[in-house]
Design a protein around this ligand. Structure first.
Ligand SMILES: O=C(O)CCC(=O)C(=O)O
Ligand SMILES: [Fe+2]
Length: 279
């Protein structure tokens, strides 16, 4: 029996009692609609081969290899390995791998002209404690903006690159580190729900176009303060076999990054776009 449980009013639903390897179209449609409503969809208890994970992920959109080439699965470029090769040859913990996604609240792929529609993870190994992923609603962030800020943001656009203002590009190959920025309206309308969201990523934004640098930095700080609205957070405690997809058009996330480093925390990850071949 399929069991669908909302975790918070806005973000997060947990589904149990289905096998994603044998998912009929009607059930997928239910899952997809639920996901659009609650931004983050967790399906528990799966035993997937890599092909099963890819087949299920492709039902959401186009899978694009992530720009971090060094963390791609060796046989399958669409799959990124999270938590693999955490220790360098000299035994040092590689913080870029261990703390990936834990630097702050963010949305994935804002550095592309067409940002990622979704990101999906499959949990292969989960530590005994820590290592949660946190989520929050961009719709709630938009709704919380004072009218004055909504007016000011109007059609302003943010300029984004992978490394942002701090130039954090450790996971990229040198040839991929100096791409041109991508521009996105900060008030962004979701292409499927039609709802407005505060589309924003303080770690990847360079500047807000059309403002002088001090004004831009000040507005970035101000917007950062609106990102996470109380009551919209969902904290996912992973179990092995969980499949979790989040909508990057209407949710922020971050990894807690706090698990015992000597333990494994390993996921397969795919980046999903609305359309093929769009960077
Ligand atoms: O490992 C996690 O919990 C999430 C990491 C992350 O930010 C991502 O995969 O986009
Ligand atoms: Fe992320």
């Amino acid at each position: 029996m399929i069991d669908i449980r909302r975790m918070t009013p806005q973000v997060g639903t947990i589904v149990e009692g289905i096998d994603l390897r044998k998912l009929d179209d009607a059930t997928f449609t239910t899952l997809y609609r639920t996901w659009l409503e609650c931004n983050v969809l967790v399906v528990r208890g799966q035993e997937l081969q890599i092909g099963d994970f890819l087949d299920y992920s492709r039902r959401f959109g186009w899978l694009e290899p992530h720009p971090s080439k060094s963390t791609r699965h060796p046989d399958c470029p669409e799959v990124t390995l999270l938590g693999v090769n955490k220790f360098r040859p000299d035994g040092q913990l590689d913080m870029a791998v261990y703390r990936r996604g834990a630097e702050g609240w963010h949305t994935d792929g804002a550095y592309d002209q067409e940002p990622f529609k979704a990101t999906q993870l499959y949990a292969l190994a989960i530590p005994s404690r820590g290592g949660d992923t946190l989520f929050a609603s961009m719709y709630a962030a938009y709704d919380a903006l004072p009218e004055r800020l909504k007016q000011r943001l109007g059609t302003l656009k943010g300029a984004y690159v992978y490394g942002g203002r701090r130039k954090k590009t450790a996971l990229l190959n040198p040839e991929d580190r100096n791409k041109n920025p991508a521009f996105h309206p900060i008030i962004r309308t979701h292409s499927e729900t039609g709802r407005k969201a505060l589309y924003f990523d303080p770690g990847k934004i360079l500047r807000i176009e059309g403002l002088d640098p001090e004004e831009s930095d000040a507005l970035i700080d101000e917007l950062t303060g609106y990102m996470i609205q109380p009551g919209t957070e969902y904290r996912h405690q992973w179990r092995k076999g969980d499949v979790v997809i989040w909508d990057n058009r209407c949710s922020y996330h971050k990894a807690a990054g706090d698990y015992p480093p000597e333990e494994d925390r390993i996921h397969w990850r795919v980046s999903i776009k609305e359309r093929a071949g769009t960077h």
